[in-house]
Design a protein around this ligand. Structure first.
Ligand code: FE2
Ligand code: FE2
Length: 166
């Protein structure tokens, strides 16, 4: 364990580890929501939506990686069981039961908005207390803002196409 690295954290490390494991659970759930969404999605612009969902899935997994590495650096243990994800998640899981593109896009937009709010709170908490975690969270939230924007742009294109395409 990085003893000095841990000692420079100016907040309760266990509380921070708890928040990081909650975010890690969000990332795995987001990963699967995108991954399975890309498999089942149907409707106009399906191909473009699938590509975007696949890309986001990969990036959520990258976020899980960053969080797990930081948790271990801080002397913690990354959440060990998928059953825990649903118990400690901030943003939950929205199963894409309805496979229509717009519904899937809306579910994932909602997820990104929750992720942005969650990471924004983590930025506030770590800004002064733990610049290393702050830097990681900053990288992640930058992606989440881009994800929301990408999905919103796809939804806009879809609506334009449906309005004018006939
Ligand atoms: Fe993420
Ligand atoms: Fe995201």
């Amino acid at each position: 364990m990085a003893e000095i690295g841990r000692s420079i954290v100016k907040m309760d490390v266990n509380e921070l580890l708890n928040l990081l494991n909650k975010a890690l659970s969000d990332e795995w759930l987001a990963y699967y929501q995108y991954w399975v969404g890309a498999k089942v999605v149907k409707g106009p612009m399906k191909d473009a939506v699938i590509s975007e969902l696949q890309l986001h899935a990969t990036e959520e997994l990258g976020h899980a990686e960053l969080l797990a590495i930081r948790i271990i650096q801080l002397g913690g243990v990354p959440v060990l069981s998928p059953a825990e994800w649903l118990k400690i998640t901030n943003c939950g899981y929205d199963a894409p039961v309805d496979h229509y593109v717009e519904v899937v896009l809306n579910q994932n937009i909602k997820g990104e908005q929750c992720a942005i709010q969650t990471y924004n709170k983590l930025l506030d908490i770590t800004r002064e207390a733990d610049p290393v975690t702050y830097n990681i969270v900053l990288q992640i939230i930058t992606d989440e803002v881009e994800h929301e924007e990408d999905l919103a742009a796809l939804k806009e294109d879809l609506q334009l196409m449906l309005m004018r395409g006939k």
